[in-house]
Design a protein around this ligand. Sequence first.
Ligand SMILES: Nc1ncnc2c1ncn2[C@@H]1O[C@H](COP(=O)(O)OP(=O)(O)OP(=O)(O)O)[C@@H](O)[C@H]1O
Ligand SMILES: [Mg+2]
Length: 237
Amino acid sequence: MDKQLAVDIDSLTLEFAGNQCLNIPSLTVEQGETVLFFGENGSGKTTLMKVLSGLIRCNSGRLRVLGHDLTTMPDRQASQFRADYIGHVFQELNLIPYLSAMENIVLPCGLSNIRADNAASSGLTPEYEAYQLMAKLKFEDPERLKKDIDKLSRGLQQRIAIARALMGKPKLVLADEPASAMGSYSQKVVYKLLTTWARENGSTLICISHNKDADAFFDRRVNMKEINENAEFNPLW
Ligand SMILES: Nc1ncnc2c1ncn2[C@@H]1O[C@H](COP(=O)(O)OP(=O)(O)OP(=O)(O)O)[C@@H](O)[C@H]1O
Ligand SMILES: [Mg+2]
């Protein structure tokens, strides 16, 4: 049964310096589902995404991701698990500033043989897959992918971060406000690409957005207020 769940949370709690940020009695996401998370600033959305990718460890409770128990997995193993199976578009992007845009996009294939094999099994080089993903994001100038990240606008940097997350077909994609710096047309392009891509590849997509235009593209919406008992009590500053 568990195998069919991409995310399975049971009584998860997380504190920062004595302040409880997450208190999630239960949350499940099925494999292959596309789910949109929304909620007020400070309601714990970004923190939850980082917990799901094993970057932040919870204080108590149980968390299974893609059938693996992340609460007991050692750090090294969790890093490789993340590299192999999770594409994460960070709210703060976390692109590598001294690498070109293209080098950033293909990075997951250097960190994971599984991601590199997935790119190769489509008969593509990672760079070709990168061009294809960027074309779907309406970015069709290969020359600009040779530029350093800091030479690109924030909206273009977000596209680079999205392509990096999808590179090598991860089983779970976590996208934290992936189109927040884009205009409304481009935002729809992003939600359409992410949801279509997930359905075509059988991957699970968890996306955070405040944009109402996103709703129509996803299988389900989740309000942080309904899953996190601490969503309304987090101090913002
Ligand atoms: N590393 C940290 N140390 C201490 N407190 C933190 C840390 N990270 C997050 N918090 C706190 O946890 C709460 C939730 O933050 P989080 O960034 O997850 O919210 P969010 O829902 O993503 O907000 P936003 O809509 O602004 O992106 C906030 O009160 C925040 O101040
Ligand atoms: Mg956030």
